[in-house]
Design a protein around this ligand. Structure first.
Ligand code: GUN
Ligand code: ZN
Length: 456
C-alpha cells in the first residue's frame, strides 16, 4: 500500500450521531488544520493534525485545500434517474404530478438514445451537487438502467439502483409482469451487482402500482441477490395511502404491503413516510428499515411535514433524499435547510436541528441507511476518501460568510443556508477525483467494462 497524497484541510464530519443524547454538543467534529493520508486504493490510512500526518509521510506530495471547507461526500438516499428534466413543476399533489409530469417523461426512457442522454445529465448533476453515494430509483426499462450504471461506473460513483417495476395503474409502456420483472431484475443484478462501487436495489415503484404477485417476484430477487437493497415509496400522500388501503384490504397497513412479502430489513429504505401510524413505525424499527426523508419534495407536492420526532422516538433510522424530480434539485444541502425549516415550524412537535444534525443527516446517516457505515459517511481512518471541497466564488454571500464566521458552528450553519452546486469545487470518490474546479471528469474510459459473473 502506498500513500500518493496527503490532504491538508479545514474539515467537518460527524463520526458520532448528534441525535444520540450521549454525543456532546455541537454534534460535529471540526479540525482547522487536518491531515489525511490517503492510500492508492482510496482509503484514509492516517488522520490527525496536519503536522503529525506530514511528519509520518516525509516526501509525500501535499494537496493544500485550506482555501475551502472539506466535508464527507454527500449521500442522497432517494433520487429518481428519469426525472432530471421534470424538476420544478409546482402546484400539484403527488398523484396528479405523477400523471401529468413524471410518468409521461419516464415513458421516454424506453428509447435507449434518450435514456443515454438522461443518464449523462443525471450522473453529472449528482456529482455537481457533491453527491458521492446515492440510492437511485431507476427506470422501468432495463436497457435504461444499464445505461445509467455504465455512466455511474465511468465516474466511479457509489450508486445503488435497479429496475423499477409495476403492473397496474401506470401508462401501459411502464407496466411489466411478475415473470418479466423477475427475469429482467436478475439479468441486471448479474451484470452489475458488486461490480466496483455499484449494487443492485429491488425497486417496486409503490404498492399502489405493484400487485402482490409483483411484490412476490421482488422478494424472490431480493432473496437471490445477496447484499442487494430494497427501496420503494410509502405513506407519502393521504390520497395515495387511502387508495393503497382499499387495494390491500387484508394487510394491516401500508408498511405491511411490503413487510408481508419479507421485503423489509436493515438494507431497506422507504421513501417519504410522511403519514405513518405508530404500528407502522414499530414494524420499521423492528426490521431496522430506514426512511428517506425528502423535505423539498414533501413541500413542493404539499405532501405534509415529516414527523421526525416520532420516527426517532420509535427508533426508526432516518436520512435525507432529494427525491428529484418532485424535489427541487440535487443539492442535499438544500434538503438539509428545508429539513431545518420544517422542524422549526412544527414548534413543540418538531425536532430542533443544529448544523451538526444537518451534516449528519446529509452524510453519515445516509451511509448507515445504505449499509455503508463502515465504508463512507465521515473522514475517519479506515474509511474511503469520499469528500467534497466547498470553495465559494469570491464575493458571494457564502464566501463572505465563511471568511467572517465567528465559530465553526456558525460557518457550518452558513454552509446549509447558502451552499449550492456553484460552491462545490472538488469531489472525490474512493480517492478518485470526479470533479475539479467545478467541472465533472470521468475516471474511466467511456466503454463499459465487460459484464462479470453474478455477485452473491
Ligand atoms: N410515488 C410513486 N412514484 C413516485 C415518484 O416518482 N415520486 C414521488 N415523490 N413519489 C412517488
Ligand atoms: Zn420518489
Amino acid at each position: 500500500m502506498s500513500v500518493p497524497v496527503v490532504y491538508r484541510a479545514r474539515a467537518y464530519d460527524t463520526p458520532d450521531d448528534p441525535f444520540d443524547p450521549a454525543t456532546a454538543a455541537p454534534g460535529f467534529r471540526y479540525d482547522d488544520d487536518l491531515g489525511l493520508a490517503v492510500s492508492d486504493d482510496g482509503v484514509i490510512v492516517m488522520r490527525g493534525p496536519y503536522a503529525a500526518v506530514a511528519a509520518a509521510h516525509p516526501g509525500t506530495p501535499v494537496l493544500d485545500l485550506r482555501a475551502g471547507l472539506l466535508l464527507p461526500g454527500l449521500v442522497d438516499t432517494h433520487v429518481h434517474f428519469p426525472q432530471v428534466r421534470v424538476i420544478g413543476a409546482l402546484g400539484m399533489p403527488l398523484l396528479e404530478w405523477l400523471e401529468r409530469c413524471a410518468l409521461p417523461e419516464e415513458v421516454h426512457l424506453g428509447s435507449p438514445d434518450y435514456a443515454a442522454t438522461i443518464a449523462e445529465e443525471f450522473v453529472a448533476s449528482l456529482i455537481a451537487a457533491g453527491t458521492t453515494t446515492s440510492l437511485v430509483f431507476g427506470s422501468h426499462f432495463a436497457p435504461a438502467v444499464d445505461l445509467l450504471l455504465a455512466e455511474a461506473e465511468r465516474y466511479g460513483l457509489r450508486v445503488t439502483t435497479g429496475l423499477v417495476v409495476s403492473d397496474r395503474i401506470l401508462p401501459e409502456p411502464l407496466l411489466t409482469t411478475p415473470d418479466r420483472a423477475y427475469a429482467e431484475a436478475l439479468g441486471l443484478a448479474s451484470r452489475w451487482h458488486g461490480r466496483g462501487r455499484i449494487r443492485y436495489a429491488v425497486t417496486p415503484r409503490f404498492a399502489l402500482s405493484a400487485s402482490d404477485p409483483v411484490l412476490a417476484a421482488c422478494a424472490s430477487v431480493l432473496d437471490e441477490v445477496g447484499g442487494s437493497l430494497f427501496t420503494t415509496h410509502v405513506n407519502e400522500n393521504s390520497a395515495e395511502v387511502a387508495t393503497v388501503a382499499g387495494q390491500f384490504p387484508h394487510r394491516d397497513h401500508y408498511v405491511d404491503t411490503y413487510d408481508h412479502h419479507g421485503l423489509l430489513g436493515p438494507l431497506s429504505v422507504l421513501a417519504h413516510d410522511v403519514h405513518p401510524t405508530d404500528a407502522e413505525l414499530d414494524v420499521m424499527a423492528a426490521r431496522r428499515t430506514s426512511v428517506s426523508w425528502c423535505p423539498t419534495s414533501n413541500s413542493a407536492l404539499g405532501s405534509g411535514i415529516f414527523p421526525l420526532r416520532r420516527h426517532l422516538a420509535a427508533g426508526v433510522r432516518v436520512a435525507l433524499g432529494s427525491d428529484v424530480g418532485a424535489g427541487t434539485g440535487f443539492s442535499v444541502f438544500k434538503e438539509g435547510l428545508q429539513a431545518y425549516f420544517l422542524q422549526h415550524l412544527l414548534g413543540d412537535d418538531g425536532m430542533p436541528l443544529g448544523a451538526g444534525h444537518l451534516l449528519h443527516l446529509s452524510t453519515a446517516a445516509g451511509a448507515a441507511a445504505l449499509g455503508l457505515a463502515d465504508t463512507v459517511g465521515d473522514l475517519s481512518e479506515g474509511k474511503q476518501f469520499d469528500a467534497v471541497l466547498l470553495r465559494p466564488p469570491p464575493g458571494t454571500a457564502l464566501d463572505l460568510g465563511l471568511r467572517h464566521a465567528d465559530s465553526p458552528e456558525s460557518a457550518l450553519g452558513k454552509v446549509f443556508a447558502l451552499a449550492g452546486d456553484a460552491d462545490v469545487a472538488e469531489v472525490w470518490v474512493g480517492g478518485d477525483q470526479v470533479a475539479s474546479g467545478g467541472f465533472v471528469r470521468p475516471v474511466t474510459p467511456r466503454e463499459p467494462a465487460a459484464p462479470r459473473r453474478p455477485a452473491g
